[in-house]
Design a protein around this ligand. Structure first.
Ligand code: C5P
Length: 207
């Protein structure tokens, strides 16, 4: 099958884990657009570019091209010979990524990296079902209460629960524009569901 399945959702709603499991059950690749936004953010950081300087960021993307490598378990992003993947899910990147992702030129660049990938695949992010793959066959949108999301994220970050929740609330506000569910997306509130239950619900929806 040459299907495109999109899984969008808010920060820490479980998108990546759900998308990679759904993809592996279907034996197709999964693609994380968040990894690309995070990699651009990391490039801005190591190149000491002003995060508000859109033109400098685009110039850096030309001199330091980033490549997304979809792997079954996790995605990787490489800059030339350097594997950026271990540096993408840090508190520093979390704090700046929304600002970087708001630049129209950055969104265009990321969208171009993704548009020509050959289906089938599961694509995960904020605007996969709206801007990038509006013709996707199956669209899902994950939400969860901020308390539940903070508890989940606390297992992956060194900070305390309170500051994690505050950072999530800030990112929710900053991501609001690019994070609307597609009108034809199935919305799943994962607050009271296990990972397996969400995966099961999506697999039922695509069969
Ligand atoms: O999905 P993840 O939380 O890793 O994404 C990191 C950030 O990248 C988001 O907070 C958002 O600012 C941006 N993003 C986006 N559009 C996407 C995927 C991610 O704006 N499709």
């Amino acid at each position: 099958v040459t299907v495109i399945i999109t899984i969008d959702g808010i920060a820490a709603s479980g998108k990546s884990s759900v998308a990679s499991r759904v993809a592996s059950k279907l034996n197709i690749p999964y693609i994380s657009s968040g990894y690309l936004y995070r990699a651009v953010t990391y490039l801005v950081y190591v190149s000491q570019i002003d995060p508000s300087d859109q033109e400098a960021i685009v110039a850096a993307l030309h001199t330091h091209p980033l490549t997304l490598i979809p792997k079954p378990e996790e995605n990787e992003v490489w800059q030339g010979e350097e594997n950026y993947t271990p540096f993408l899910h840090t508190t520093e990147v979390d704090l700046t990524v929304s600002e970087i992702a708001r630049h129209a030129a950055v969104r265009t660049w990321v969208t171009e990296q993704l548009k020509d990938l050959p289906p089938p695949f599961v694509a995960e992010g904020r605007d996969m079902g709206t801007a990038v793959f509006p013709h996707a066959h199956h669209k899902f949108y994950l939400t969860a209460s901020v308390q539940v999301r903070a508890q989940r994220r606390a297992k992956e970050r060194p900070e305390d629960l309170e500051s994690i929740q505050a950072a999530l609330e800030m990112r929710d506000r900053e991501d609001r524009i690019q994070s609307k569910p597609a009108p034809d997306a199935v919305v799943i509130d994962t607050s009271d569901l296990t990972l397996d239950q969400v995966v099961e619900q999506i697999l039922k929806g695509v069969q």
